[in-house]
Design a protein around this ligand. Structure first.
Ligand SMILES: [Zn+2]
Ligand SMILES: [Zn+2]
Length: 649
């Protein structure tokens, strides 16, 4: 008999060789119907796989990323089968699952394919899927595998197989189709009920432009037609909310090839938005005991050699800067941390000085290939809302809790209500991979787990996902369209304090090593603004609107009254703008709507006579005529409701 441990820590005994699907059935028929794949001792298992050892099992359904990956991986096999049906001479290369769907890279060997062919391919794909053939793994000798693809004239698969270890090679069969594959399938093709081929792109074999160009076909599949319809609607909505489109409409940022690819230019509105975000976080950080620092955009090569960044990123990054006279070498800084270590080192530190929390909105530069650049979300120069906390090992616990509070405060104030967290810990089977003492690792891993529990985060624990220099906590937020983004990382570091020889005097005057914690609730200003634009569609919470109120006058006659209203609002620190152009009110309202300004004030004859203003909301209600003092109260209440002051516990 073998013992199998379930995710809730319960243990059950099974016959040796029991299949995964039978273990699922032992829990419930419902689970057995829904399960798509599984993992056993952290390895991917298929439902027909037999279990011969004691260990931990996890089941994956469509609701899990692992389930979707098995589904899309299997769908790539059906796509390959369909392509071979229409283009028998074509040569298949690789076809992985990706974040949303899958692709297959094919050498069409002279034949052509275009998006016009998608419909017939989709129809045949579904026909094949409906045959409901099982996916079956088989092992064959390497020589036979090579022979198979020699007969097919497929030099790509031959190259792949030659790169594998000698012995047996696995293939996956379904129906009369077979493909080189190491596994990870759903049980059968019939579960795939809907398919959409998305687009065609060129791709080089093994990503190397010296190699043959292949045709990459992207697709996505679902277990229900309804899910495909919903997905396509989501894609349409996402296009509407593309941050590059909204950024243009709201005049937030632009790019110029003259300035350089991937280097954003912030326009006045965008700069004001950034200032508001920065001020908001700096205010909270001040309350949480952070100290602001500033440092340069370049640093000596030696600095990054000390930190280890040069060794790791030097060759793939912007190349060194040389001085004309002194033989000095500088690097555009890829990280702020080394600078902050030297700020720590600027004076002798004692345990009484800790925790020391140094914060800087620090701009860093990283080389990204031009093909990888994407609006504000992937750029070459960006500003990190960086901070480094230097503390004693015993303080990691409270610092973690405070940092979680700060991150949650950021999420709440910006309307990210749907989030989860991941705790990344050491691989218990590989303790030599990590720097820092066992004792310190235990303290900090326990501190992270405690903090996550105490703050009632919804979190999962991943063993082996920690960096070699320390464990971490990452937040994932879901935006209004249900897409996940990684936002906010808190990372413990035992490495840089060693490399920079950071010390503090303990209570017995001994030299001790501080722990360093890196954290950035936004991540970077650029990427954060991109996510915020796609989450809100450009309709920001009132506290963040660069113009909160647009004052529209019905005609030139009311200009002075408009100015008076503007003055009063400005005196109450409300961000208002007077539109006194000689245009119709209708046109001015339409323009304010496009700019997504939260409130519009209309003033005309009545308002002047009654000493009032008339209020309209963006996309909504006519709040009618009121005294200006009442309106000020409404705005102030709404701002303080969505952004209470940050108070540290
Ligand atoms: Zn496969
Ligand atoms: Zn850092």
């Amino acid at each position: 008999m073998i013992s199998i441990i379930f995710p809730d820590s319960s243990v059950k005994k099974f016959e040796k060789g029991t299949k995964v699907i039978d273990v699922a059935k032992s829990i419930s028929e419902g689970l057995a119907r829904k399960v798509l794949s599984a993992s056993f001792n952290e390895e991917i298992y298929e439902l027909e796989s037999e279990i011969h050892l004691d260990g931990n099992i996890k089941f994956y359904t469509w609701d899990d990323n692992e389930g979707k990956q098995a589904f899309w991986h299997s769908s790539a096999h059906i796509l390959a089968q369909t392509i071979k049906f229409f283009y028998p001479k074509s040569k298949l290369t690789i076809g992985p699952s990706i974040e949303n769907g899958f692709y297959y890279d094919v050498d069409f060997a002279g034949e052509s394919i275009s998006e016009k062919d998608f419909q017939k391919i989709e129809a045949k794909f579904l026909e094949f899927a409906r045959e409901d053939n099982k996916f079956k793994l088989k092992s064959i000798p390497k020589t036979d595998a090579l022979e198979f693809y020699k007969n097919e004239n497929n030099e790509y698969k031959i190259e792949l197989i030659e790169g594998l270890e000698d012995g047996t090679i696995t293939f996956c069969d379904h129906s009369d189709f077979t493909d080189l594959c190491k596994g990870g399938h759903i049980p059968s093709t019939g579960i795939v009920k809907a398919v959409k081929l998305l687009n065609i792109a060129g791709a080089y074999w093994r990503g190397d432009e010296k190699n043959n160009q292949l045709t990459r076909i992207y697709g996505i599949t679902f277990p229900k037609q309804k899910l495909l319809t919903e997905y396509l609607e989501l894609v349409e909505k996402a296009k509407e909310r593309d941050h590059r489109k909204i950024g243009k409409e709201l005049e937030l940022f632009t790019f110029s090839s003259k300035v350089g690819n991937g280097l954003p230019l912030w326009l006045p509105n965008g700069t004001e938005l950034r200032d508001l975000l920065q001020g908001f976080l700096e205010d909270a950080q001040r309350r949480a005991g952070y100290k602001k620092v500033m440092s340069s955009h370049i640093g000596s090569k030696e600095l990054y050699e000390t930190s280890g960044h040069y060794e790791k990123y030097g060759a793939d990054s912007f190349q060194p800067i040389f001085t004309p006279n002194d033989s000095e070498t500088f690097i555009l800084r890829p990280m702020n941390c080394p600078h902050h270590c030297e700020i720590y080192n600027a004076k002798p530190q004692s345990y009484r000085d800790l925790p020391l929390r140094l914060a800087e909105f620090g701009t860093v530069y990283r080389y990204e290939q031009s093909g990888e650049l994407h609006g504000l979300s992937r750029v070459r120069g960006f500003t990190v809302d960086d901070a480094h906390i230097f503390c004693t090992p015993e303080q990691v616990d409270s610092e973690f809790k405070n940092t979680i509070d700060l991150v949650l405060y950021v999420f709440k104030s910006l309307g990210f209500d749907n989030f989860s967290a991941q705790v990344s810990l050491r691989d218990p089977n590989n303790p030599d991979k990590y720097i820092g003492s066992d004792k310190n690792w235990e303290i900090s891993e326990q501190a992270i787990l405690n903090s996550a529990k105490e703050k009632e985060l919804e979190f999962n624990v991943e063993y082996g996902e920690a960096a070699f220099y320390g464990p971490k906590l990452d937040f994932m937020v879901k935006d209004a369209l249900g897409r996940s983004w990684q936002l906010g990382t808190i990372q413990v570091d035992y490495n840089l304090p060693e490399r920079f020889d950071l010390t503090y005097k303990g209570s017995n005057n001994e030299d001790l090593r501080p722990v360093m914690i890196h954290r950035a609730p936004f991540g970077s200003m650029e990427r954060f603004v991109a996510i915020l634009l796609e989450h809100t569609g450009g309709v920001f919470p009132l506290w963040l609107a660069t113009t909160q109120v647009e004052i529209l006058i019905v005609s030139e006659n009311y200009k002075n009254y408009g100015k008076k209203v503007l003055n009063i609002l400005e005196n109450h620190e409300i961000r208002a703008h007077l539109d006194d152009r000689n245009e119709t009110v209708g046109k001015k309202i339409r323009e304010s709507e496009i700019k997504k300004i939260p409130f519009m004030i209309v003033v005309g004859e009545n308002e002047v006579k009654n000493d009032t203003i008339s209020i309209r909301r963006h996309h909504g209600d006519d709040l009618g005529e009121m005294k200006i003092e009442k309106f000020i109260d409404i705005i102030k209440k709404e701002v303080s409701d969505c952004i209470p002051k940050f108070n540290i516990n």
